[in-house]
Design a protein around this ligand. Sequence first.
Ligand code: ZN
Length: 152
Amino acid sequence: MQTPDGLDDLYQDIILDHYRSPRNQGVLEYPHLHGEGFNPFCGDQVDLTLTLSGDGRIDGVGFLGQGCSISQASGSMLSDQLKGKTIDEAEEFVRTFKGIMQGSDVSQEQEEELGEIAALQGVKQFPVRIKCALLSWTTLQDAINEYRKTVS
Ligand code: ZN
C-alpha cells in the first residue's frame, strides 16, 4: 500500500508508521461515544469508540478500521491525541483539522497542537484523498453529535 507520490518523505514515514501500527487499536466495550464511518469513494471504514472520565475528559479511545494508508493513519493519529481532551476541545480539534484540509492557513500554534497530524497536510494536494484523511474526523463529529443528543 503506497501513499500518494509527492508527499514529503518525512510525512510518508509518519503516515506509514501509523498505517502499519495503528494506535489504540480495538473497539471499547462500553463506550460513551461511538461512531462508524465509511468512505464509498475508497472503501475505507473506521470504527471509533470513546469513554469519558467523571470530569468529562476522554480517557479511553478505541480505533479500528480498514482501508487505504491515508484513512487509517489519519484515524490512528487522531486516536492518539484525544485522551485528556473534553468533548468541546475534541470538537475544536476536528474543526481545526477540517479547516486545514480545506485549505486554511495553519498558525504555528495549531501546527504544534496537531503534532504528527501535520504530516497529513500534504494530502490536500490530492483532492480525492481528502475524504480519506477526513473520515475518522467526520466520524468523531457524528459521534459527538449523537452523544450530545443523548445527554441534553
Ligand atoms: Zn482512502
